[in-house]
Ligand binder design. Structure first.
Ligand code: NAG
Ligand code: NAG
Ligand code: NAG
Length: 339
């Protein structure tokens, strides 16, 4: 009997010491710690960790990690608060937004989480690309909102309100002012799930769609001289979001004779589109729009003007056009280069 209970006690202790705890504050919650805790629980070390919401310092002191409370930022001791005077941590020197708990946890555990979620090796160069991109596209805004940093430096009056961003939706999971019978801990779990699921969704998109598109753009850039000796025409075998990638890849590869036209299939009929590369990723202006003489014409009339068979259209602003075949679209691009 005695030995049995001893065994039981020892087993209980083992389980008990193995279950790690993450502390955070109780009361009203925000998106930054909801995401921070969700991310922390995605790490190998804290997968099954229990969450303790309290402001009781002695209970927080016993936690294996503490997020968004405690007044300390000591990564080696897994203390991640950002509210204390003198706190001034950034994601990297490329960013000017002070971190919140979301950014802090992401900064320290982001690469591990990305590699694990997408089954990549930790030193795969794609992990670094996604780590930077996820911060820029997803986490930085949460840091900024938490720190009250306006998206528009001049603080111009917005023309309309938008209350549907993630931080606002997480905030609304807190009880109304006159709701008293709400279980805050379970609401906090919902908040973690909401913030976390959107993080994962974004990461999956970037890892499984955005990044593979980048590889296609790299390939099109690397083989551009085989398409035309000018190197200013890119061809894709399938439509893909090339724009943003192209600007980054040009910078990385220090390309001087920048591509002017991009060709890609238009549906399954064999028809191709020709698109003029814009002067910047979000610009409506093109580096070199399709010839003025072709703009706004269609079909046979356009084929006559361009002296190219099978032309389908050229937009009146000259940023896009079409031909019934890949060769036709290529011919349009080559002619446009010389005009
Ligand atoms: C938060 O926790 C502290 C200490 O455990 C407790 O005294 C306080 O009432 C709690 N506050 C809220 C809003 O739950
Ligand atoms: C909050 O107050 C309003 C006005 O008294 C009332 O109509 C509403 O039902 C209250 N909500 C709750 C959850 O008690
Ligand atoms: C130059 C060229 O190949 N143009 C093609 C455009 O599409 C039509 C219709 O398929 C072809 O007949 C042309 O040869």
């Amino acid at each position: 009997m005695l030995s049995l209970s001893h065994t039981f006690v020892r087993a209980f202790r083992t389980i008990h010491t193995m279950t790690k705890t993450i502390g955070t504050h109780n009361g009203t919650f925000h998106c930054d710690e909801a995401l921070g805790l969700y991310l922390m629980k995605l790490t190998e070390g804290f997968k099954d960790a229990k969450i303790i919401r309290t402001r009781d310092e002695s209970r927080l002191a016993e936690c294996d990690a503490v997020i968004d409370v405690g007044g300390e930022y000591i990564p080696e001791k897994l203390r991640f608060d950002h509210h204390q005077r003198g706190f001034g941590e950034f994601f990297s020197s490329d960013f000017k937004t002070k971190l919140s708990s979301a950014g802090l946890i992401y900064k320290h555990f982001g690469k591990e989480i990305i590699a694990d979620q997408l089954s990549l090796s930790k030193d795969d160069s794609n992990v670094e690309i996604l780590y930077q991109k996820m911060y820029k596209d997803f986490v930085e805004a949460l840091d900024a909102i938490d720190n009250g940093i306006s998206q528009y430096p001049q603080d111009i009056e917005p023309k309309y309100e938008d209350r549907t961003d993630l931080a606002a939706r997480v905030g609304r999971l807190n009880p109304w002012w006159n709701q008293t019978d709400v279980d805050l801990d379970s609401r906090f779990e919902q908040a973690m799930e909401l913030a976390g699921s959107e993080f994962i969704e974004r990461l999956r998109f970037l890892g499984l769609a955005w990044l593979p598109a980048r590889d296609l753009v790299v390939k099109a850039v690397d083989t551009r001289q085989e398409v035309h000796e000018s190197g200013q025409i890119l061809i894709f075998d399938s439509p893909c979001p090339w724009k943003e990638h192209l600007f980054e890849i040009e910078k990385e590869k220090n390309i001087e004779n920048k591509p002017l036209y991009v060709l890609f299939p238009d549906g399954l009929s064999g028809a191709y589109r020709i698109q003029a590369v814009p002067s910047s990723p979000n610009s409506f202006e093109s580096r070199r729009a399709l010839p003025e003489a072709w703009r706004g014409y269609r079909d046979s009339e356009l084929s006559e003007k361009s002296q190219i068979q099978g032309c389908v259209f050229v937009h009146h602003s000259g940023f896009i056009g079409g031909n019934q075949t890949k060769d036709g679209a290529l011919m349009m691009a080559i002619k446009a280069l010389d005009m």
